[in-house]
Design a protein around this ligand. Structure first.
Ligand code: IMP
Length: 428
């Protein structure tokens, strides 16, 4: 006790690091349970900037044990690059634990990610091109390579042969690419094995023992609810479960061990990649949000699509994840607006719909119904107590809370880790 899950409540990049920072020194373990190096967070510690894509943020805190659990797909080359960059800056990375059941992203996954996107043409998902989808597809198809396979050369060779058998036909005959050699992949993966070996553990056992010993374990979801393969805007989603249930299957702890689910919402909405986004702004307002909020992807550098806050999406996330607390980030970005539109429902073919439509076609057609709230002109970055916020900002937060499906327990008011207003403790 307690197990705390943090998930993105929109389409990603909500700023989960804000909540992680807030929990800070009280955490014993930080677990990455889904996704791979498609994520991206920049952590600033003592003025030093660290860009992490695969490693859990806990790697930077001395007292924390970072864990990459079974639900993750690992590009080992990227793993070692990130570790080496941290070692070069004097960070002790020796505590990292990796599940033997986690799957491996190889060169053929990266290649397939790129060629299939190209062949999709107008129907592109806009993936990060890191091989995430093809690696998860192999996992579900039961032709994936797991971390433990790297320690048994014969098994590894058989599995790579099995995986490449069909893929090489595809690559050569459909995509007009060269075939990938089994031995090339096998020797590449084997070259990582010895360095990897001391990090590999039965992380499900470790985490259950930690919870038995009353340690505080933070499960950090990559991506976000609307990118979840089951509950997001399929097919414009990532290939893993980025909702709170993924913390259980992706790490091997029972769902009844989870005590808190913290949903991170931005005070407005952003999305990278293709897919429906009802409150998207295409004109000046959208550009204003992008520039003021510095909305450019950490992993791909792509400009993010921007739009107003969408309350039905917050309520949907609250339901799907069992959110106990929201942390709202980037409220300061909205300072200076006369009026702030918030989507409270949609109009689908002229009919008012209060919740996220169950049909994908309806969601594509959903036109937001906005309510406008008064804005505030003051700089709020120095606020630390709720009462420090201008009255209109307080009213805005309370109004949003009333329609978002869970309480807003903390509010981010600026880029620094200290720039946060806490209303309710996130652990006790
Ligand atoms: P993939 O995860 O690379 O397969 O990409 C699938 C979709 O998820 C694309 O629209 C990506 O832009 C999006 N995506 C993946 N990771 C992130 C993230 O960390 N933040 C925001 N969007 C992401």
């Amino acid at each position: 006790m307690p197990a705390i899950v943090i998930i993105g409540a929109q389409w990603g990049d909500e700023g989960k690091g804000k909540a992680t920072d807030l929990l800070g020194s009280r955490i014993d373990y930080v677990v990455k349970f889904n996704g791979g190096n498609n994520a991206g967070h920049t952590v600033v510690i003592d003025g030093e900037k660290y860009a992490l894509h695969l490693l859990p943020s806990g790697i930077l805190s001395e007292g924390v044990i970072p864990v990459i659990s079974n639900g993750v797909v690992i590009d080992i080359e990227v793993l070692f690059e990130e570790l080496d960059a941290l070692i070069a800056r004097g960070v002790d990375v020796s505590r990292l634990m990796i599940s033997s059941n986690a799957h491996v992203i190889t060169q053929y996954h990266r290649t397939l990610d790129k060629v299939t996107e190209r062949f999709l043409g107008k129907r592109q998902i806009g993936t990060t091109g890191r091989g995430i989808g093809p690696a998860y597809a192999d996992k579900i198809n039961r032709v994936g390579i797991r971390i433990q396979d790297l320690f048994d050369e014969n098994i590894l060779r058989q599995k790579v042969q099995g995986a490449l058998h069909q893929k090489n036909h595809l690559l050569v005959k459909i995509y007009n690419r060269r075939a990938i050699e089994v031995e090339e992949i096998v020797s590449n993966l084997l070259s990582y094995a010895e360095r990897l070996r001391p990090m590999v553990a039965d992380t499900a056992l470790v985490l259950n023992d930690a919870l038995d010993a009353q340690k505080i374990v933070l499960f950090e979801g990559g991506q976000a609810t609307m990118l979840d393969v089951d509950h997001g805007t399929y097919p414009f989603v990532t290939s893993s479960n980025s909702t709170s249930g993924g913390a259980s299957t992706g790490s091997g702890i029972g769902p009844n061990r989870i005590d808190r689910v913290i949903g991170i919402v931005k005070a407005y909405t952003t999305r990278v990649g293709a897919g429906p986004f009802p409150t998207e702004l295409h004109g000046e307002d959208g550009e204003w949000l992008r520039q003021k909020g510095f909305e450019f992807g950490t992993t791909t550098g792509r400009p993010r699509r921007t739009g107003w806050y969408d309350a039905p999406i917050a309520r949907y996330s609250a339901r799907i994840n069992g959110v106990t607390d929201f942390v709202m980030t980037k409220l300061d970005v909205l300072s200076g607006l006369e009026k702030i539109p918030v989507c409270v429902a949609y109009s689908v073919d002229g009919v008012r719909v209060d919740e996220v439509p169950a049909s994908q076609s309806d969601f594509h057609h959903a036109v937001p119904i906005y309510e406008e709230f008064d804005g505030w002109q003051e700089d709020i970055t120095g606020a630390r107590e709720f009462s420090d916020l201008p009255q209109k900002a307080q009213d805005y937060v309370l109004a949003i809370e009333a329609i978002s499906g869970a309480r807003i327990s903390a509010i981010g008011v600026g880029p620094g880790r200290e720039a946060i207003v806490v209303r309710h403790d996130l652990i006790n």
